[in-house]
Design a binder for this molecule. Structure first.
Ligand code: PBG
Length: 312
């Protein structure tokens, strides 16, 4: 068993504008990039042999329903078109969620509008949420992505998205499902990147309890039954047992998301000389693969690809 560059997926945070490369708080080495800058990075990624990218749109055009997320000329839609024009062979995966586009920072539409009740019962209006998530997925497919990656953890999201894609002739667009996504403490730098901290409450009503295994496996099974092509466990490090069980039980590729907090912990420790960045990253990613992940989404992807090249 050996970690290989084919296993890696590189995430990008794309912003509108030109010639922008700006740092993100608590996220060393990761940047907000305008499309032109992202394309430069993708040239490099291609040379390094990294096969796939995962795109997140970053915007201040936020509203109550997240409508910019399905804008045909939105930043993700434009980024997909540009990548495909230049590098048709780079696999493009797009994140499908509302949290980066809604003013309240939640991944779904809230049923409870009363301010006082909100804190106690931030119930989700599932029907409306699924309708919007499907619109987003359809707009990404229309732009030419290879996979959509629904990450909102809303019941039924894979089924609704598969339906709308098929109805519109996008049978060939795959679903890369964030199936087992835990309510984790390791998403901090990512939320800085998207400015998507929930403005009230938390995400525990729709993300999984980290003490629970069976819910995660049930969610994965449901997503596969609903048409997911690849299923994901997220985060990776604290959930190697879930990755392993999923790999043993199911017959689809398993992806693991080495998330922003996991990444930054290593970066900060390495910058203080506590650990070696190269050795610890290789150990962690190899362990994630050993547990059963076929694909690993990681902000370390470029460095890892370089290290793997040196070693061969
Ligand atoms: C939510 C989403 C999250 C991440 C990706 N999509 C987590 C969240 O805010 O709850 C986290 C990724 C990371 O930390 O690297 N749609």
């Amino acid at each position: 068993m050996q970690l290989s560059v084919d296993n890696l997926i590189m995430p990008f945070f794309v912003v509108e504008g030109k010639n922008i490369k700006s740092p993100i708080k608590n996220f060393p080495g990761v940047f907000h990039l305008s499309i032109d800058k992202m394309l430069k990075d993708i040239d490099e990624i291609k040379k390094l042999g990294i096969p796939a990218v995962l795109l997140f749109g970053v915007t201040n055009k936020k509203d109550d329903v997240g409508s910019y997320a399905w804008d045909k000329n939105g930043v993700v839609q434009n980024a997909v078109k540009k990548i495909k024009q230049k590098h048709s062979d780079v696999v493009v995966i797009t994140d499908v969620c509302l949290c980066g586009y809604k003013s309240d920072g939640h991944c779904g539409i809230m049923r409870i509008k009363n301010e006082k009740l909100k804190m106690k019962n931030y119930g989700i209006d599932i029907e409306t949420t699924l309708k919007y998530l499907s619109k987003i997925a359809l707009s990404h497919a229309g732009a030419g992505c290879d996979f959509v990656a629904p990450s909102a953890m809303m019941d039924g999201q894979v089924k609704s998205i598969r339906n709308i894609l098929n109805k519109n002739g996008f049978d060939n667009v795959g679903i890369f499902a964030y199936s087992a996504k835990f309510a984790s403490n390791f998403y901090g730098p990512f939320r800085e990147a998207l400015e998507s901290y929930p403005k009230f409450g938390d995400r525990k009503s729709y993300q999984l309890d980290y003490a629970n295994t069976s819910d995660a496996l049930r969610k994965i099974k449901q997503d596969i039954d609903d048409g997911a092509d690849i299923v994901m466990v997220k985060p990776a490090l604290c959930y190697l047992d879930i990755i392993k069980e999923a790999k043993q039980k199911f017959n689809v590729p398993i992806a693991a998301y080495n998330v922003s907090g996991e990444y930054s912990m290593i970066k900060f420790s390495a910058s203080k000389g506590i650990i070696s960045e190269k050795e610890s990253v290789l150990e962690i990613l190899t362990a994630i693969k050993r547990a059963g992940a076929d694909l690993i989404i990681t902000y370390h992807a470029k460095e890892v690809a370089k290290w793997l090249k040196q070693e061969n």
